[in-house]
Design a protein around this ligand. Structure first.
Ligand SMILES: C[S@@+](CC[C@H](N)C(=O)[O-])C[C@H]1O[C@@H](n2cnc3c(N)ncnc32)[C@H](O)[C@@H]1O
Length: 293
């Protein structure tokens, strides 16, 4: 059995049921190379390297459609077909039985961040019918879909209208009626201020921002500097007994620094941390803290 098929076998044996999207190789045994299985496709991401000849052969032997993406600094291109069969660029994956639309042609990101699988499952586990969840920086709304499946009423917020439309499609794919949920286009910080002024509160809030963001007026926001004030704003919209999922993939911030940032925005709050999902067994970069009042 090849190193690649051995990894696929090991990882699939540990996956939750009804899950066909996961990280096969996380920078090892091929340094700088990250391989994701997305249903029957493989996505190979390379950082400052190229795919070695031996791995090319192993990828070819899988018979899967294989796509290649460059993670090099300043490159933000969509993946390109690398080898194997050509397949439709738009397709579906399943995670814990939840269906999500993926799109290889959508740009640098394909529709879901696989490293958040356990956090999505935990959001679903913590939500109850009638709860109100605010999903900020929503991207394609995967957290909203999980909360809605548990019966929560979701408010999904993103700067980009196409992301909100994608979230609606993900909801429909899972039998959720999007018209029973709320969608807000715009800057998270502005909306949090607006909700606070209106006295609108939520029982749960998801804060999973990009490491760097520019608001509508061009002002720059960075995790390492501004996460604490984001948490503080979210706390003003949190109902009594509510919780906030604080998470970041920012590599510049250590686990300890992230804890301090979160607590600077929610002094005295109860916090719990979660580890990274098991298939991301390379760098321990994802930080997750659950804040409760
Ligand atoms: C890192 S992703 C968020 C990932 C998402 N939480 C998930 O689970 O898939 C970044 C998203 O944040 C959005 N975004 C960036 N800056 C924003 C801002 N200031 N306010 C609202 N959304 C923003 C982007 O449009 C993009 O969809």
């Amino acid at each position: 059995m090849s190193a690649l098929t051995e990894l696929i076998k090991q990882k699939t044996a540990l996956l939750p049921e009804k899950t066909n999207a996961y990280r096969v190789a996380d920078g090892k045994p091929w340094p700088g190379i990250f391989i994701d299985a997305l249903a029957d496709r493989l996505l190979v991401s390379v950082r400052d390297t190229s795919v070695p000849r031996g791995l090319q052969d192993l990828l070819q032997q899988t018979g899967s459609p294989v796509y290649l993406k460059r993670l090099d600094k300043d490159v933000k291109d969509a993946p390109e077909h690398f080898c194997g069969l050509e397949a439709p660029l738009r397709f579906e994956i399943q995670e814990n039985g939840v269906r999500y639309i993926m799109d290889m042609a959508a740009g640098y990101s394909q529709g879901i961040f696989l490293d958040q699988r356990d956090n999505r499952a935990e959001v679903r586990r913590r939500c109850r019918p009638g709860m109100r969840l605010l999903n900020t920086f929503s991207y394609t709304g995967a957290f909203s879909v999980c909360a809605a499946l548990a019966g929560a009423t979701t408010t999904t917020l993103d700067l980009a209208q196409p992301c909100l439309s994608w979230c609606r499609e993900n909801m429909e794919l899972n039998g959720i009626d999007p018209s029973a949920h709320f969608f807000c286009k715009g800057d998270t910080l502005h909306w949090l201020d607006r909700f606070a002024r209106q006295g609108r509160t939520f029982d749960a809030i998801v804060l999973d921002p990009p490491t760097f963001s520019r608001d509508e007026k061009g002002r720059i926001w960075r995790v390492e500097k501004d996460y604490g004030s984001l948490v503080a704003k979210a706390m003003t919209c949190l109902a009594p007994h509510g919780w906030i999922l604080c998470t970041t993939n920012c590599r510049k911030v250590s686990h300890n620094q992230f804890r301090k940032l979160v607590l600077s925005g929610a002094p005295g709050a109860a916090i719990e941390t979660s580890p990274m999902t098991f298939d991301f067994d390379g760098e321990d970069y994802l930080k997750t803290i659950w804040v409760s009042r």
